[in-house]
Design a protein around this ligand. Structure first.
Ligand SMILES: [Zn+2]
Length: 303
């Protein structure tokens, strides 16, 4: 299983990441971190209440103010948006030094999440370029991996990532690695989707408790292809860190093999013809507000 850590906010970066580094070190697990390094505009996400079906329900069910904190929910509205990367510039190197993968989770998480499908390619290229600039200034190299905020990707966003030389992306929800097909083209950038539901989606859904989520993940790991679990620095590195530590401990006991997405991508790309093509569609998922980019059934046809 790969642990994909999305870091969306200043709070998640400063508080959640160090907590997760400790838990991962305790269990000897290497993960893949994806950082949004630009402005924390989390407060603007509140405007989704008026736009997105299911957002208010999710806010209430996951008790979002407790998860994210009152301050975070004001950034970009009544409080200015702080720059995430600048708040702890030493932290990305610390993540890498512990043996984890470090990739990008966009520049302005809220802008990408809420507006990607309306952004022209030049604006998407600017977002990725700004993120790369910050990444390079902090780590002394360019990022090779990208995970789209809110699992939002488009034909132009994939073209931008491919043109900027990324090795692979993890932009969608799905079952297996693939080449994403869009209306006019097949992306030549390998996609490794998130395969498992997330804790914040299932929490409170049909009475789901954190321990029920752990059991569900353990059951899913017992068979089938390698799985990708997305966690959030603000959630599993925040109020649910003990449950996350318990999950890793149980996985270890069950003999689950952990790998980093970048290593898996390099292995997969040794046999490009063996990777299937699959259509990308925009769908609703249980427990998640709005729509996300999803993999359809693979075509089993090499590109
Ligand atoms: Zn995110």
């Amino acid at each position: 299983m790969a642990i994909k850590v999305d870091v969306d906010t200043l709070e998640g970066f400063r508080q959640g990441v160090p907590a997760l580094l400790d838990i991962l070190a305790d269990q000897g697990v290497q993960a893949s971190f994806f950082l949004a390094l630009g402005p924390d505009n989390s407060g603007r996400a509140l405007l989704r209440v008026f736009r997105q079906e299911g957002f208010l329900e999710k806010m209430w069910r996951t008790r979002a103010p407790a998860l994210y904190g009152f301050r975070t929910m004001c950034y970009g509205t009544v409080l200015p948006a702080p720059l995430i990367g600048a708040a702890a510039p030493e932290l990305p190197r610390r993540i890498a030094a512990a043996g984890h993968e470090v990739g990008l989770h966009g520049y302005d998480h809220v802008r990408w999440h809420d507006h990607l499908l309306r952004l022209p390619a030049a604006a998407v290229a600017r977002e990725v370029g700004l993120a790369q600039e910050l990444f390079s200034s902090l780590l002394g190299r360019r990022a090779v991996s990208f995970a789209a905020p809110g699992w939002q990707c488009s034909e132009p966003s994939r073209a931008v990532l491919a043109a900027q030389g990324f090795l692979y992306a993890s932009d969608t929800r799905g079952a297996t690695p693939y080449w994403p097909r869009f209306a006019n083209s097949v992306s030549r950038l390998l996609e490794i989707p998130t395969t498992l539901p997330t804790l914040d989606e299932l929490l409170g859904f049909n009475g789901c408790r954190p321990q029920d989520f752990t059991e569900l993940i353990l059951t899913r790991l017992q068979s089938g292809p390698p799985q990708v679990l997305t966690i959030h620095a603000e959630v599993e590195g925040g109020p649910y860190r003990q449950e996350f530590a318990r999950l890793l401990k149980r996985c270890r006991r069950q003999g689950v093999d952990f790998f980093r997405l970048e290593d898996w991508a390099r292995e997969l790309l040794r046999d490009e013809a063996g990777i299937p093509v699959a259509q990308v569609s925009s769908r609703r998922l249980p427990g998640r507000a709005g729509r996300v980019s999803c993999q359809e059934t693979p075509e089993r046809k090499p590109v």
